[in-house]
Design a protein around this ligand. Sequence first.
Ligand SMILES: Nc1ncnc2c1ncn2[C@@H]1O[C@H](COP(=O)(O)OP(=O)(O)OP(=O)(O)O)[C@@H](O)[C@H]1O
Ligand SMILES: [Mg+2]
Length: 274
Amino acid sequence: MTETSTAATSPATSTATSRTASSGAHGTSPQPPALRFVDVSMVFPDGTHALSETTFDVRPGEFVTVVGPSGCGKSTLLRIASGLNDATTGSVEVDRSSLGYVFQDATLLQWRTVQRNVELLAELEGVPRRERARRAGDAIDLVGLRGAERQYPKQLSGGMKMRASLARSLVLEPSVFLFDEPFGAVDEITRERLNDEVISLFQRKGFAGLFITHSITEAVFLSTRVLVMSARPGHIVGDYRVPFDYPRAPELRFEPAFAELCGEVSHALRGAHS
Ligand SMILES: Nc1ncnc2c1ncn2[C@@H]1O[C@H](COP(=O)(O)OP(=O)(O)OP(=O)(O)O)[C@@H](O)[C@H]1O
Ligand SMILES: [Mg+2]
């Protein structure tokens, strides 16, 4: 079921519609987008204009990354997509029953083991004990945490915490995955490894991805498309298709075509800051 959240200024504040209801709007693809923002803007109650009218969609099989200056409204965009915030204007279409969300910090519960943290969302959804244990086991394998199931968050490194957070969302088998700067706090080599894992998950699970980062290399390496946002109030000022096939080898980062695309994104981002 696709949920269309429309801004409070519109007559329909939250309408459930069928996924097919929006198909064909773009004319070129028979499949409707997995996630669509239409003229989404955000002014917080204190008057902060975080986001100006933003329109884009993420199609099934796409991995879209957003880069932009700090404070330009990237997290706000994800919070609106997830339903944590209501937009001031515009609408979001997404199937919220099938949404994964990885935050900047891993937000694990300190008193639960890795296994029980990974089971958490399935538990909240009422998935029976044996089934959620099985799904959590599969997710733990997928993110490479086998052997750490009985450890508590304080016993984990930053990278392991992010893996546990990823696994927790994977248990619900989301069709759309939102990532808000998940790897900002880990060292570069760990980040590269986690990037490889995200790509491998993207290929195996086939979710549509919307990823936020400050790293241009990470953006280009992971994505099928990179969007550049302006300074606050943010809006899209650049849209780059990334032409490299998956799976992507770590050495891709050193190829001239890769560097050239990073340069273009960097140039747009410098413009966005000014
Ligand atoms: N609840 C809120 N009330 C008022 N202003 C807010 C609120 N949440 C965020 N803002 C403001 O909205 C703007 C956008 O915030 P947001 O967190 O979306 O930025 P961001 O692009 O994610 O930044 P960063 O890259 O630093 O994470 C900022 O100026 C922020 O101070
Ligand atoms: Mg943010």
